[in-house]
Design a protein around this ligand. Structure first.
Ligand SMILES: [Zn+2]
Length: 268
């Protein structure tokens, strides 16, 4: 439940609530306003109006950019709530947007979170912590950006109910390791359950996928490029399948070649 700062009761106070939030996307509204889509910890996905934020004098415009983790106060509106206060918790927008490799890994995370959490005003505690942790790791360059993305996608999909299996057979549960991978079946498949045409990734790729799913960075960080690429392809296919529509931004992730940094326009 939202923390009510002022009650909606007889005293006529405006109902307010406060929550931790990650800015997923923004849209222009009128001359100076913006609609921000937030993944909040206690209220799930929230769309709110941020008034005057596109004016240069705005106090909190920069805090409401995609990738920012903030402590936000909103006042309840009839259709959209209005953002009344914003404090920065994780200033990740600048480091991520200033680096092409970080940005192309980060954008699909925001997009996936947007798809995985509905605007039902229910707590999204696990999804919130997963995404804020992944953005912190990305901005801090703790691991290769593509590994952070792949680990985030696997874990976010698992929380949403689509946990893959990379060891035991995803269909019959026969103990692994197995040789084949089937996106539609849910990961590793044994010789009997294997649908025709299933790819057979390298054993090291299965080990990397399992490490990304559990957050075993000691294993993931030392995986070689070939297995990272193979794992990334499988994660992208898995994510696309279970998000039921193409993650547009996944296609732009360059997982190998460093590219000069620039700042993409984040506005829709
Ligand atoms: Zn099986």
């Amino acid at each position: 439940m939202p923390t009510r700062v002022g009650g909606a009761g007889d005293n006529g106070a405006v109902p307010l609530y406060r929550d931790d939030a990650i800015v997923l996307r923004t849209q222009k509204l009128g001359e100076a306003d913006r609609i921000v889509t937030l993944l909040t910890r206690e209220n799930g996905k929230v769309r709110g109006v941020a008034k005057g934020v596109r004016r240069t004098s705005s106090r909190f415009g920069a805090r409401l950019e995609p990738f920012m983790v903030v402590d936000v106060q909103l006042h309840v509106g009839r259709s959209l709530d209005t953002v009344t206060q914003v404090e920065t918790i994780g200033p990740y927008a600048r480091p991520i947007c200033d680096d092409y490799g970080l940005y192309t890994a980060g954008a699909p995370m925001l997009e996936a979170a947007d798809r995985l959490v509905d605007a039902e005003r229910e707590p999204a505690v696990q999804q919130f912590w997963l995404l804020s942790g992944a953005l912190r790791a990305l901005a801090g360059r703790d691991h290769a950006p593509s590994l952070v993305l792949d680990s985030y996608l696997l874990r976010a999909l698992s929380v949403a109910g689509w946990a893959p299996s990379f060891t035991d057979c995803a269909r019959c549960g026969a103990p692994g390791p197995h040789h084949s991978f089937s996106v539609a079946t849910g990961g590793a498949v044994c010789a009997r359950c294997r649908p025709p045409g299933s790819p057979a990734p390298a054993p090291e790729t299965f080990a990397l996928l399992a490490a990304l799913l559990t957050g075993d960075w000691a294993v993931a960080d030392v995986a070689d490029q070939r297995h990272r690429r193979e794992a990334s392809g499988l994660v992208a296919a898995y994510a696309q399948y279970y998000l039921e529509r193409t993650l547009r931004s996944l296609r732009h992730v360059d997982r190998t070649v460093p590219v000069p940094a620039h700042r993409p326009d984040l506005e829709a």
